[in-house]
Design a protein around this ligand. Structure first.
Ligand SMILES: Nc1ncnc2c1ncn2[C@@H]1O[C@H](COP(=O)(O)OP(=O)(O)O)[C@@H](O)[C@H]1O
Ligand SMILES: [Mg+2]
Length: 257
């Protein structure tokens, strides 16, 4: 049984402003009452095995976050369907599910509630979450005083401490410092071993190659390549003449150009 099945998933968004009712009626009479749409995802079909770590790569606007939103059940496809088996811990974007006036500690409970976890469960997990986040000193300060990296630490620590079958990580690791990234990478590996399914969006291609069993290259809402991470990354590099890739290579010594 697959952990996630995307079957012909298409997501359309309106490109024109939704008209006011009055305008709509006028246009209806004129026969021009159509709303232009564009497809953020077009006919995406993909099966993901339990315990698989799948990397999603592609340029900005390629549809990566949209696909995660569909997996999280936040977005319903315009066509096709998505089946996700087991509970999902969506770390869709940084800052969602947090209240910046509450303290870090209060946000653990707030965010936990949004993920469908009880106060009692979160109380039992709070110490571990705080410890993993490395934010003990700051945990009772309001979240608005945190840096982006600190929020990412807290978010990752919560999302990965709630025993979800599926974890969705959207460009989260990039904002953490290197020691926290190492911690995260180790946790992601442990997840894989324990049979948890992970969808990881990252522009750090070396990270995708290091952590993922498979990668998917999305372009304009379509799957261009899927399979072995190194090969998919190569396809991405060739296709886009990617600046990111060149940039990455220049950063990692020992990788021939
Ligand atoms: N709620 C929305 N309404 C309209 N357009 C959207 C919405 N969400 C995403 N889009 C568009 O869909 C496309 C894909 O977006 P997204 O999935 O966020 O890309 P990525 O995460 O790969 O950078 C983009 O062109 C974006 O502008
Ligand atoms: Mg995105």
């Amino acid at each position: 049984m697959k952990a996630i099945e995307f079957d012909g998933v298409t997501v359309r968004f309106p490109t024109t402003r939704i008209p006011f009712v009055k305008e709509w009626i006028v246009r209806k009479f004129r026969g021009t009452a159509t709303i232009d749409t564009f497809a953020a995802l077009s006919d995406v079909s993909l099966d993901i095995e339990p315990g698989e770590c799948l990397g999603l790569i592609g340029s900005n606007g390629a549809g990566k976050s949209t696909l995660l939103r569909v997996a999280a059940g936040v977005l319903t496809p315009s066509a096709g369907r998505a089946i996700v088996r087991g509970s999902v811990a969506p770390l869709i974007e940084l800052g969602t599910g947090f209240d910046h006036e509450l303290s870090g500690r209060e946000n653990i409970f707030f965010n936990g509630a949004l993920l469908g976890r009880s106060q009692r469960t979160m109380r039992a997990r709070a110490d571990e979450i705080i410890e993993f986040s490395g934010l003990a000193q700051f945990i009772d300060l309001p979240l608005r005083t945190y840096s982006t990296g600190m929020v990412a630490r807290l978010a990752f620590s919560i999302a990965t401490a709630v025993d979800a079958a599926v974890v969705l990580l959207d460009e989260i690791l990039a904002v953490g410092d290197s020691s926290f990234r190492e911690q995260c990478e180790e946790r992601i590996r442990n997840f894989r071993e324990s049979g948890c399914t992970i969808l990881l969006v990252s522009h750090d291609l070396s990270e995708i190659e290091k952590l993922c069993d498979r990668a998917v290259f999305l372009e304009e809402g379509r799957i261009v390549a899927v399979g072995n991470p190194a090969e998919v990354i190569r396809a991405y590099g060739e296709r886009s003449g990617s600046h990111e890739l060149r940039h990455d290579r220049s950063l990692s010594p020992g990788v021939p150009d």
